[in-house]
Design a protein around this ligand. Structure first.
Ligand SMILES: C[S@@+](CC[C@H](N)C(=O)[O-])C[C@H]1O[C@@H](n2cnc3c(N)ncnc32)[C@H](O)[C@@H]1O
Length: 278
């Protein structure tokens, strides 16, 4: 994800190859960035709104919702538009500047500030819903961060997190096998460094820290202090991985089998849980 560090022109390439220059922080900039973000997450939208496959906006209307790692503020904006009392934090000052700018441009109210998930400057027992999308696998102290989320949740409040899945085709085939083994990258990089470099599909950039999780880590460690824990794997990345590693097999698989593979081996896990009331 690129935020740019100065205000200025930035270039978007449309799907038909045409280019459009927009100013960082303009309404058009957010609209184009959102078009792309919504496109990546098409399976989560419905005619009732964006991300309704994971978010229950009705339930939290007028209630306190916290986003950890808001990036450019697309999801936080949707919560504000749906009537939640939204707080959004991010470690990156440019992300905060852009999210504040977005709220101004769209005429929305929100409490937006720079903070580290591992050390939240917020009082205990405040929020009805705390969520985070594609963030906490990038923080070295993930357990400390989840303890902080639990601390600021009201008793009975809910959590929703999307984290990368280590039991995925992307981790096993693309990262470990293709990059690590075939390209001999494991001569130079350990598992964490490989996942950090290739986990977001950007060979030339990478992240300082990306460490995907497993279902058993979620249940036995990360969300062990939450009740009613549920997980769902999103596998939209599975068909293209099958096509590139096993093209013949991929053509022969039934739609049902592909669906099963997607639900077991996708790159993203959405997990939810509740902070116990007593
Ligand atoms: C891949 S981006 C996702 C942003 C947004 N959730 C989205 O989906 O567009 C990860 C974001 O998490 C933020 N981040 C990483 N570690 C963090 C931490 N410990 N506390 C707060 N934000 C963090 C980064 O600054 C970045 O904006």
């Amino acid at each position: 994800m690129t935020y740019g560090d100065t205000h200025g022109e930035t270039e978007f390439v449309h799907t038909d190859g045409t280019k459009e220059s927009v100013e960082l922080g303009s309404r058009r900039f957010f609209e184009l960035a959102d078009q792309r973000f919504y496109g990546w997450n098409q399976h989560l939208h419905s005619k009732e709104g964006y991300f309704t496959g994971i978010f229950d906006y009705q339930m939290f209307r007028g209630r306190r919702v916290l986003e950890i790692g808001c990036g450019m503020g697309c999801m936080a904006m949707n919560w504000a538009q749906q009537g939640a009392d939204i707080t959004a934090v991010d470690l990156n000052p440019v992300a905060i500047e852009q999210t504040k700018r977005r709220f101004e441009v769209f005429g929305l109210e929100g409490n937006i500030f720079e903070a580290d998930a591992e050390n939240l400057p917020l009082p205990d027992d405040q929020f009805d819903f705390v969520y985070s999308w594609g963030v906490l696998h990038h923080t070295p102290g993930i357990s400390a961060a989840i303890k902080q989320l639990r601390r600021v949740l009201s008793p009975g409040g809910r959590v929703g997190l999307m984290l990368y899945n280590r039991r995925s085709f992307l981790y096993r085939y693309t990262i470990s096998f293709a990059e690590g083994w075939l390209n001999l990258e494991n001569e130079f990089l350990n598992e964490l460094q490989l996942a950090s470099r290739y986990g977001d599909g950007a060979r030339e950039e990478g992240n300082p820290h990306t460490w995907p999780v497993t279902e058993s880590e979620i249940r036995n460690d990360l969300l062990a202090d939450f009740g009613n824990v549920k997980t769902r794997v999103f596998g939209t990345d599975v068909p293209p991985i099958l096509d590139s590693f096993l093209p013949r097999l991929s053509q022969r698989l039934s739609a049902k089998k592909i669906d099963q593979l997607m639900q077991a081996n996708g790159w993203s896990i959405w997990m939810t849980g509740e902070k116990p009331s007593a």
